[in-house]
Design a binder for this molecule. Structure first.
Ligand code: GCW
Length: 874
């Protein structure tokens, strides 16, 4: 080896640690002696606190020359008001470094320089009549203002008091001046719920943050201590309901012993103003009730529901109601008896009405055995077709819960036409916080911009009132009293709740939008970043930028132009799998053939779906010219050479967007690395390893989708990238010992369609470097299946430079786009003639699979890599 080129050594690792350390130190040093008091310096933070860290702030910015509160006067006795007091106490202690006195009467204020008074409107007026507001504060609403040396935390009811307290804490956390404080707010809608798809065995359907915080081993967990932490987070953004079990509901949860468990959960949520609800299975009267039928029009069935609901309320007096998934994806429902969704919803709604409970009946009713050969068949039509004729027939405590798009949480969909299709029915929009189709929390995807697109879409339902989706679900358009927002959240026992610390911006954003859908995606993320990581300009610039860019980046490398996420739709919905969309009954078709791609949903020649929208919106989508490019392939089938508004052909756009998106994803980790030391270390590394994974997985997406479309269209990439991978060395073409080539399915998810697997205890693949001497980044692409933890090592010129384990349990047990991942070793010195050798040690069913090596000139932009993380967080 010639001088000047040394492989990764302990020295290199130390250097990287030194970089991180110096960032930490300078982060502290610039804060002129106040480092320990405030600012975004590395500090131990409880990850479970998420955005409620209550870290020290610069109190001058908040209070100017005025005094910081030293006392809290609580006027009321309601538990929720006590919670508000507790939060204020802990927020002031954490952010302002003051231990406040908690008092119950004006006498206690003697000697106080400044105080916070907490109460409902009635309590505040009784305490100080001069503070009487001219207007009544509505349910859950609040007014937050100053009165001399007092900050008045006043709610329309006790829940409003709690929301007001959190609003105050949110302002302090963001170092906003409280000098001229007078804010009145009210929630946009009464229903602000999360749905949790938790199963009694403790698993969570489409959950990516660990096991259930509610259930284990077929019952409510003995230890439900995580529930309080979750309740705090939800209440802090105004969520007032939680449905604790999967919409694919297990009927036995309605048994008495389970209801007792649910009552324990409800007790925890109650102090935070949150009502618990449950998903129910429509066949329960038969499945657990012993009846011979569950026909909703059978009087015995109605009686059974009435009795069951009464029993529930005996255990949980403030039970919120039920969520119903029926006649959908194999779930039993009224169709069995020729009855309608309204018949089913109403029988339960009547039972709940006397107790103040709601039925949220899901609009997600569709046939998953559609005929692929029928060009008129269209799953997107199902919601409207199944529900709009029932408009006006639902009880007034029924809310139809509608996924924001007509298919299923794809990366880009138009809004469901059912929103404008129901005028005399309460509606709620269902948004998915858990990233089922959007990278499963291993990819950074800030979803608020997508939700905003949906909420801001004007349906043109009526001309004399605002008719955006947000106006409809908040009841304004059609004058509905109930309705609102449901977020499918699926938090788990993971310390970061959703697995990825940055994904918590989605939960925060969901709550904030439910409270006020006119907030912008930018404003929401900045609030979140400030509360989570502090007010440092640098941290805000980086975190906000990453979050805001992420939605479009993910869309670009997965499925652009409204074609759908292009994942394996009949599997885990994670990696690429475009072929899976076609030729089955699920109806997530993209109808790609050799000439063109896209679903023709026009009225003129297609499925007629577009005709379900009000005329103005329908006209926009029906016309090829007017249809926005980002929804083109959702609405139309076009030839690959069809030109978009930019003049680019569809096929070239598909190639370009996948390359651009993947290239942007590669920038995420280095950008995050610029704030090493300015965010808590553990969080830093948790995020970093995900961003590095994302960069590698975006490449799998890019290559799979572009190759698939190349094969399908026969049209080559004008820029020559697709099928041409400089620096790539296929494992199957290397000198193999023990390894044997295998075909990978789907073919496009492995480079050259093949991988190698090891049938022995240990195998190796070798190649000789024939390029120029220099510094290179070496990527080893391999497959990390769910079960088994194979070990690998990489040697260069007889020296081991890297060792790793395939222990990230990617969500599948085969070699494909879900499991393809890579290990990158940066800054490797290579000389012509050097031998690179990968050794694999299989484990369990995982046969140390390898796809290729990619050797590209080193890009030294990284301050560190995930390899520098302490072993505990790797
Ligand atoms: O997207 C599909 C999911 C199912 C889910 C269903 C639904 C809970 O793949 O896992 O079931 O939607 O929303 O009911």
């Amino acid at each position: 080896m010639s001088a000047g080129f040394e492989n990764r050594s302990a020295g290199a690792i130390w250097l990287r640690w030194a970089v991180i350390f110096s960032v930490v130190v300078s982060g502290i040093a610039v804060r002129d002696g106040k480092a320990a008091v405030y600012g975004a310096v590395a500090r131990p933070v409880d990850p479970q606190a998420a955005w409620l860290t209550y870290a020290p702030v610069n109190e001058k910015k908040v209070f100017g020359a005025g005094a910081v509160p030293d006392t809290i006067l609580r006027l009321g006795d309601a538990d929720v008001e006590k919670t508000a007091e507790e939060e204020l106490e802990s927020g002031v202690r954490g952010m302002l470094g003051r231990v406040v006195r908690e008092v119950r009467s004006a006498d206690g204020l003697k000697g106080s320089k400044a105080f916070v008074v907490v109460g409902t409107q009635g309590e505040v007026e009784a305490w100080r009549p001069g503070l009487k507001s001219t207007k009544a504060i509505g349910a859950d609403g609040f007014r937050l203002r100053r009165d001399g040396n007092a900050i008045v935390v006043e709610g329309g009811d006790s829940r409003g008091v709690l929301y007001c307290a959190f609003a105050l804490l949110r302002l302090i956390a963001q170092e906003r001046s409280l000098a001229a404080l007078d804010v009145s707010e009210a929630p946009s809608a009464p229903v602000r719920w999360t749905n949790e798809w938790d199963n009694p065995d403790g698993s969570i359907e489409r959950g990516y943050g660990g096991r259930s915080i509610f259930f284990d081993e077929q019952a409510v967990r003995a230890d439900i201590s995580r529930v309080t932490g979750y309740a705090r987070l939800l209440a802090s953004v105004g969520i007032n309901g939680v449905t604790i079990n999967n919409v694919n509901a297990d009927p036995k949860l309605l048994n008495e012993s389970n209801l007792k468990g649910v009552a324990r959960i409800a007790d925890e949520f109650r102090a935070y103003g949150i009502r618990v609800s449950m998903s129910i299975d429509m066949s329960s009267p038969q499945a657990v009730g012993g009846l011979t039928t569950f026909d909703p029009l059978d009087p015995q069935v109605a009686e059974w529901w009435k009795a069951k609901v009464e029993e529930i309320y005996r255990f949980i007096p403030d039970f919120g109601g039920v969520v119903i998934k029926a006649d959908s994806e194999g779930k039993p429902g009224p169709m069995k008896y020729g009855r309608s969704p309204a018949d089913a919803a109403n029988v339960v709604a009547r039972a709940l009405k006397a107790h103040g409970g709601l039925v949220l009946y899901r609009g997600f009713v569709y046939n998953n055995h559609l005929d692929w050969n029928d060009l008129k068949a269209d799953r997107a039509r199902a919601g409207f077709d199944n529900f709009h004729t029932l408009d006006g027939t639902f009880e007034d405590n029924v809310v139809v819960q509608i996924k924001h798009g007509p298919i299923d949480f794809q990366i880009r969909e138009p809004v469901s036409p059912l929103f404008s299709g129901l005028k005399k029915t309460n509606e709620a929009i269902e948004l998915q916080v858990t990233q089922e189709y959007t990278g499963q929390q291993r990819h950074l995807v800030y979803l608020v911009p997508m939700w905003k697109d949906a909420l801001d879409t004007n349906t043109y339902a009526v001309t004399d009132k605002p008719s955006r989706v947000q106006d409809i679900v908040t009841g304004k358009t059609f004058g509905r009293a109930e309705g609102g927002f449901v977020g499918v959240t699926n938090v788990g026992l993971d310390d970061y709740w959703l697995g990825n610390p940055l994904s918590m911006a989605n939960l925060y954003g969901f709550g904030r939008l439910a409270w006020n859908p006119s907030l912008s995606a930018d404003a929401i993320v900045d609030e979140w970043t400030r509360q989570t990581f502090g007010n440092s300009e640098k941290v805000r610039a980086v975190v906000n930028d990453l979050q805001i860019r992420s939605y479009h980046v993910y869309e670009s490398y997965t499925g652009s132009l409204g074609v759908g996420t292009l994942t394996d739709i009949i599997g885990v919905h994670f990696g690429p799998g475009p072929e899976s969309a076609e030729r089955n009954g699920w109806g997530q078709w993209i109808r790609a053939d050799h000439e063109g791609v896209g679903m023709d949903r026009t009225v003129a020649t297609g499925t007629g779906y577009i005709g379900q929208y009000p005329p103005e919106l329908a006209a926009k989508y029906e016309s090829l010219k007017a249809c926005p490019d980002e929804l083109l392939l959702f609405m139309h089938h076009v030839p690959y050479k069809y030109r978009l508004k930019s003049g680019k052909t569809v096929i070239q756009y598909i190639y370009d967007s996948h390359y651009e998106g993947a290239a942007e994803a590669v920038e995420f980790a280095p950008e995050w690395e610029t704030i090493a030391g300015l965010v808590p270390d553990r969080t830093y590394f948790e995020v970093l390893r995900r961003l590095e994974f994302q960069a590698g997985h975006a490449e799998v997406w890019r290559d799979s989708i572009t190759q698939w479309f190349w094969k399908m269209s026969g049209i080559a990439d004008a820029k020559g990238r697709v099928g041409n991978y400089p620096g790539r060395f296929e494992a199957e073409a290397m000198r193999l010992e023990g390894y044997a080539p295998v075909d990978v399915t789907p073919w496009e998810s492995a480079s050259g369609r093949k991988a190698v697997v090891c049938g022995a205890e240990k195998c190796s693949a070798e190649m000789t470097w024939d390029g120029a001497d220099g510094w290179y980044d070496v990527a080893v692409r391999y497959f990390d299946e769910m079960h088994g933890e194979s070990k690998y090592s990489l040697e260069v010129a007889g020296r081991e430079i890297e060792q790793w384990k395939a222990d990230w349990n990617l969500p599948n047990d085969r070699l494909n786009g879900h499991t393809s991942t890579r290990e990158v070793v940066r800054g490797v010195a290579l000389h012509k003639g050097d031998v690179l050798k990968v050794t694999g040690w299989p484990n369990g069913m995982e046969k140390a699979p390898l796809d290729y090596l990619e050797i590209v000139p080193a890009v030294v932009t990284h301050a560190s890599t995930s390899k520098t993380a302490p072993a505990a967080v790797r």
